[in-house]
Design a protein around this ligand. Sequence first.
Ligand SMILES: Cc1ncc(COP(=O)(O)O)c(C=O)c1O
Length: 407
Amino acid sequence: MREYPTFVTHLECSMTGKTYPADTIQGLSEVGRPLLVRYDLDALGKAITKEDLASRLEGGFWRYREFLPVRKSENAVALGEVMTPLIDLPQLSAELGGKIIVKDEGRLPTGSFKARGLALAVSMAKELGLNHLAMPTNGNAGAAMAAYASHAGMKTTIFCPEDTPEVNVSEIELQGATVYRVNGLINDCGKIVGEGKESVGWFDVSTLKEPYRIEGKKTMGIELAEQMGWTLPDTIFYPTGGGTGLIGMWKAFAELQTIGWLTGKMPRMIAVQATGCAPIVKAYEDGEEHAPLWENAHTMASGIRVPIAVGDFLILRAVRESGGFAIAVDDDAIQDAQEEVAKREGLLLCPEGAATYAAYKQSLADGRVGKGESAVLYNCATGLKYPMPRIDRALDRNKPIDYSQFS
Ligand SMILES: Cc1ncc(COP(=O)(O)O)c(C=O)c1O
């Protein structure tokens, strides 16, 4: 990887604005809220042009190095990242009268968008000399952290809810971490990580509890802008758990606007949750700035089963500032959406990605999104990681075959 200049100036508390030094180990701010990385955007804007970027050969998110905090290329941990494709859904768009594009994050290392955030968190951990990382996960984040940390020679300890998809638990352990199933939800796992910090000495890589995962997620927004010729769609539907992706994209768009690379209209950011776990939707509808713990959280879309989020106010702020909204869909709608897109368009979405399609349809039907508006739906992981219906259709080759059944 080539050496590029970096532009980080400091870290800033997302709640109070208090500044903290960069290049030192940091978790949450003094008031227990996320720290955001700030850059000298003026210098950044002068150091690189869109044309420079277009001429780069690296295909994945490391091509946006100037927008990222890693100082030395040797610390950038890479596992073969790619630019994830934008895929039209022509048949469903024609039928619904809309314009639907899926950004398929399932093509990244470990099969999910978590690669972006964890590649950055692990690279910064390497740069700052950390060697034992811990995190709570609903599955995909743990898999990405295990992979990137093992690649960098770091130890990882991971805690997930006991009903986390089997494939996630197995891939986490196979990729070098030690994983524990916990009889609770992701926030219960997070408590264990937080409480173990002092005695074990591990570093807490929970969503938004360190400053760098969000910087990785930011690349979802920069990449989308570059792919769309530095314009953005009318709406972005994002499956929202801890919200790093949505907050990260909104931060990316603001930075790109500041350096003058984005001049058009910003997209409406639409936070999609499941009706069984919809704290952000409730807070949005109640006009609140924070989203209290959602009791008895349940949904088949395990990645968005997040009962409480430390960055709740940042998600709500991005949704409101953008003129978007928050919407919940039930598990039946998620399952129908997954089947519809897979059968009609040949694209197997993960349940969280399917939730965005269900939410899009619902928004189109209730008029919150217009037919003429373009929509980018984030499919954050490959559908292949999740349980699928068993197919029992069989043929006995020793009996006469009635070929009329195939036509
Ligand atoms: C597939 C999938 N979609 C969405 C999410 C939610 O992501 P975020 O934390 O950015 O809200 C997750 C998180 O685990 C996930 O695994």
